[in-house]
Design a protein around this ligand. Structure first.
Ligand code: BT5
Length: 334
């Protein structure tokens, strides 16, 4: 995507619903009127409605409700995350595609976004339902210079960014009722006790270095309903607030927040992430069952450690420590 096209779009956005003259655009971007006109036509081909009036210039009227990379980029305030965004109308899985791109040398911060996934992945071989037009399915390639023992923090970074954004969007659009949003350790975001988002972090590392990490994020945004097998466990933002949300706004905010938290991790400030996470987790004291290494543990969530592990206290008062890796957690009714 060329820079002139993107800067022109930024300028039109800044002046949305008013006019910006050809002369002003030409001066600001340092390009000819013909170049402007060509790029305006490119935008129109993408579905933007732009009014042009002699002596007044151009006015952006309607932004297409599509997952356009240029729309995502226009309001990103990040340095690294989303510098490169690749969009696909269909993929088997954005995590799988991201891994292929890593091998081709794509940089840290690259985002792989798909309208639809035909084989979306959950953890431990589970499937992630990813129909077109309704959700956000994307992966972020990262090459963090941190010790592999800190890798669970990547999921924490993602869940904080996702939960914070969903909370903000719901508060903006939903004046009426209360809602409950919580992060279920280690990787789910629950809205009114059903799963609205899931995170799949995958890692390639040797003993003391992370080669790369892929953080995959799936969010149910505008679904009205779910297939029967998911109906009891899944929800969408729309099901809560009764309105469609622009997915572009959601991913922009998530990427902006993600970078803020990610940079904290890279700078060694994960204690701040833990504090934020504990405040969002609402799980301490809850009765849970944990499945790990073919064993079942029952007890209450006692705490989250400074390394992001979950501490479970069983019926005998013994404390068990769990890493985020291959663990399933079920909350248990009192
Ligand atoms: C997860 O796994 O929650 C991780 C999901 C990560 C999905 C993203 S989308 C972009 C990127 N590319 C990928 O291929 N994956 C990532 P887990 O904790 O294992 O939960 C999986 C379980 O959630 C399934 O077994 C279902 O019960 C349920 N599930 C499947 N699809 C769902 C959906 N759309 N919404 C809510 N729950 C779903």
């Amino acid at each position: 995507m060329n820079e002139i096209y993107l800067n022109l779009l930024k300028l039109l956005h800044e002046n949305k619903d008013s006019f910006v003259s050809g002369e002003e655009i030409s001066n600001k971007l340092g390009v000819s009127r013909t170049t402007i006109w060509k790029n305006i036509n490119k935008l129109k081909d993408k579905g933007y409605i732009i009014e042009s009036v002699t002596n007044r210039g151009y006015s952006l009227r309607i932004v297409p409700d599509k997952l356009l990379v240029e729309e995502v980029k226009v309001k990103l305030s990040t340095e690294e995350i989303g510098k490169e965004i690749l969009f696909y109308s269909q993929l088997n899985s954005t995590n799988v595609r991201a891994k292929e791109l890593v091998r081709k040398g794509y940089e840290s911060g690259t985002v792989v976004l798909a309208e639809e996934q035909t084989a979306g992945k959950g953890r431990m071989g589970r499937k992630w339902f990813s129909p077109p037009g309704k959700g956000l399915w994307f992966s972020i390639i990262l090459r963090p210079d941190i010790s592999p023992v800190k890798s669970p923090f990547l999921t924490i970074v993602a869940s904080l960014a996702v939960a914070g954004t969903i909370e903000k969007i719901i508060k903006t659009y939903y004046e009426q009722k209360k809602f409950i949003l919580k992060i279920k350790w280690p990787n789910d975001v629950l809205l009114n006790n059903k799963k609205v988002a899931g995170i799949l972090s995958e890692l390639s590392a040797d003993m003391d270095q992370i080669k790369y990490a892929i953080v995959g994020i799936g969010i149910n945004v505008n679904q009205d309903s779910f297939p029967e097998d998911l109906d009891q466990v899944a929800t969408s933002i729309k099901k809560c607030i009764g309105k469609n949300i622009k997915r572009v706004n959601l991913i922009q905010e998530i990427l902006n927040r993600f970078e803020k938290f990610y940079f904290k991790l890279v700078k060694g400030q994960e204690d701040q992430l833990i504090t934020l996470w504990k405040n969002n987790l609402n799980m301490v004291g809850e009765k849970v069952i944990i499945f790990s290494d073919n064993r079942t543990y029952e007890g209450i969530v006692y705490d989250i450690s400074s390394r992001g592990e979950l501490l479970l206290k069983d019926g005998n008062g013994d404390i068990h420590t769990f890493w985020a890796g291959d663990v399933s957690l079920q909350t248990k009714a009192n």
